[in-house]
Design a protein around this ligand. Structure first.
Ligand code: TYC
Length: 107
């Protein structure tokens, strides 16, 4: 909030949120590989990205057939956290699953 006091002693409180640009957004992308089990990928999409079982299955198959798919679009810190969680889950089961983030194209 910006607070301004003019010469007459009037105080103006300006709501700063109205003037802030929206944060830059990042898309989190899952990449295909030949070894990670399909069920594991479906589980990741449900647990990390909040997808329903049906959405997760559909998205996993999109990655499987097309090589990659966007799992979600988030502010930078949230995107980075989700990429890291996927990395840790994959590592814990020794799967080569790869997840990356990149700036989202402007809406
Ligand atoms: N291609 C993998 C398989 O046939 C399945 C898979 C789907 C792996 C999506 C990674 O991001 C991925 N077992």
């Amino acid at each position: 909030m910006a607070i301004q006091i003019d010469k007459q002693g009037e105080t103006t409180v300006e709501r700063q949120s109205a003037r802030l640009a929206p944060p830059p957004m990042y898309q989190v992308i899952l990449l295909n590989d030949d070894y990670t089990p399909m069920e594991f990928v479906v589980g990741v999409l449900e647990r990390v990205f909040g997808k329903s079982p049906e959405e997760a299955e559909k998205l996993m198959l999109k990655v499987h057939y097309e090589g990659r798919a966007v799992c979600g679009i988030y502010p930078r810190d949230i995107a980075a956290t989700r990429v890291e969680i996927v990395r840790q889950l994959a590592q814990s089961r020794q799967h080569p699953l790869q997840c990356v983030m990149e700036p989202a194209p402007d809406a």
